[in-house]
Design a protein around this ligand. Structure first.
Ligand code: TXA
Ligand code: MG
Length: 350
């Protein structure tokens, strides 16, 4: 398949035209990669079962792992899902934005798109290109992250091109994604309670404050899924984000981390380090590949950098990667969730 690559520029007629052609492609059952405020998405007509099949094939993704459908207006959720008061509250507080809500599905969403489940995940992205593409298409757009299955989600169009050239019809390039980790996913349960299935930029604290409902956090967000346990979200059971070299998360002071790596690290090693620690690690391990992660307290920068760093690390021939263990609150929880999976839950408390 020939992949067309379009730099989006609203100022020029060719940029605007590109977006119109991308919408035509979606309507015709094609695959278009587009930017969102979280990560890039691999989109197709969410109401077309054949288009969903193409998405699974392009990603190499198991077809029981359902797709999120993307809408241009929060009210459009009612076309595809049984919405209620709680959805309305969530939509008023956080949409458009990086929140996905799981609700009972309507028949308008083919089984193929929702991976055979009775529920559907709905998200209204804030990114202007994503929003306009959905509007011009006139349908909802089913879109997983635009990576090959098992790789970190792409946060810029160059990473998309690495994975998707030859597999999709079009790639819309609008530079670097704003947040860098995928949306928060929350499920509205039958008894009108909320379960957090995937942490993201919208934090559990914000969700509780906006709805007045205490939110339960699925165990699989912070812990390993138990052998034989049913995954509350199918994506939880698949290997994800794991770099080629094994990764260890270190929980402790910098000096203890350096001691630990000196004793246990088998070179060549990579170290993901807070900006404040970079020079110290460089001095201790002159041959290591050091990746600056952002300042210790600056979780927004860390979220922005994480997937980019994991992809860079994969280009080196490393034996091991060490990284700091994030905290489990606020946006830290989203980092924690992605990093324990990248590290296959290998944490060392020092
Ligand atoms: O930020 C995002 O959400 C990005 C952008 C492109 O919007 N999309 C994204 O999609 O991350 P994906 O497919 O990579 O991750 C969606 C996750 C999967 O783990 C899937 O199992 C889960 O959402 N999911 C989808 N539908 C679900 C449902 N009905 N019930 C439970 N989990 C669901
Ligand atoms: Mg994904």
């Amino acid at each position: 398949m020939n992949t067309e690559y379009i730099k989006i520029d609203f100022e020029t007629e060719s940029g605007a035209q590109g977006l119109r052609r991308a919408a035509d492609c979606i309507r015709a059952g094609g695959l278009v990669v587009f930017p969102t405020e979280t990560v890039y998405g691999l989109g197709a007509d969410g109401t077309n079962a054949d288009a969903a099949t193409k998405i699974y094939e392009a990603k190499g993704r198991p077809s029981d792992n359902p797709l999120i459908i993307h809408i241009a207006d929060p009210e459009d959720a009612a076309l595809y899902a049984q919405t209620g008061e709680l959805y309305k509250k969530l939509a008023e507080s956080f949409m458009p934005g990086p929140l996905t809500v799981v609700m009972p599905a309507k028949e308008t969403v083919p089984m193929k798109t929702r991976g055979g489940l009775s529920t559907v995940a709905v998200r209204c992205p804030a990114h202007p290109v994503a929003n306009l593409l959905i509007r011009l298409s006139g349908v909802c757009i089913a879109a997983p992250s635009a990576n090959l299955s098992g790789k970190p989600s792409p946060t810029d169009a160059r990473q998309v091109a690495e994975d998707m050239t030859g597999r999709v019809d079009m790639i819309l390039d609008d530079g670097s994604a704003d947040f860098g980790l995928e949306s928060t996913i929350v499920k509205i349960e039958e008894d009108n309670t909320l379960t957090l299935l995937r942490p993201g930029k919208i934090t559990p604290e914000q969700l509780s404050a906006a709805t007045g409902i205490s939110l339960s956090i699925s165990d699989a967000v912070t812990d390993k899924l138990k052998e034989g346990a049913l995954a509350p979200s199918p994506g939880m059971k698949y290997r994800h984000y794991a770099p080629a070299a094994p990764m260890t998360l270190l929980d402790g002071e910098r000096v203890r981390c350096i001691e630990y790596i000196e004793k246990n690290g088998s070179p060549p090693i990579g170290i993901i380090a807070y900006d404040e620690d970079v020079e110290h690690f460089r001095a201790a391990f002159p041959d290591a590949k050091i990746y600056a992660f952002g300042k210790r307290e600056d979780e927004l920068t860390q979220a922005h950098e994480l997937f980019k760093i994991l992809r860079l690390a994969d280009k080196e021939d490393l034996c091991e990667i060490f990284a700091p263990l994030p905290r489990k609150s606020g946006i830290g929880l989203a980092l924690y969730n992605r990093m324990i999976r990248a590290a296959s839950h290998h944490i060392v408390h020092l």
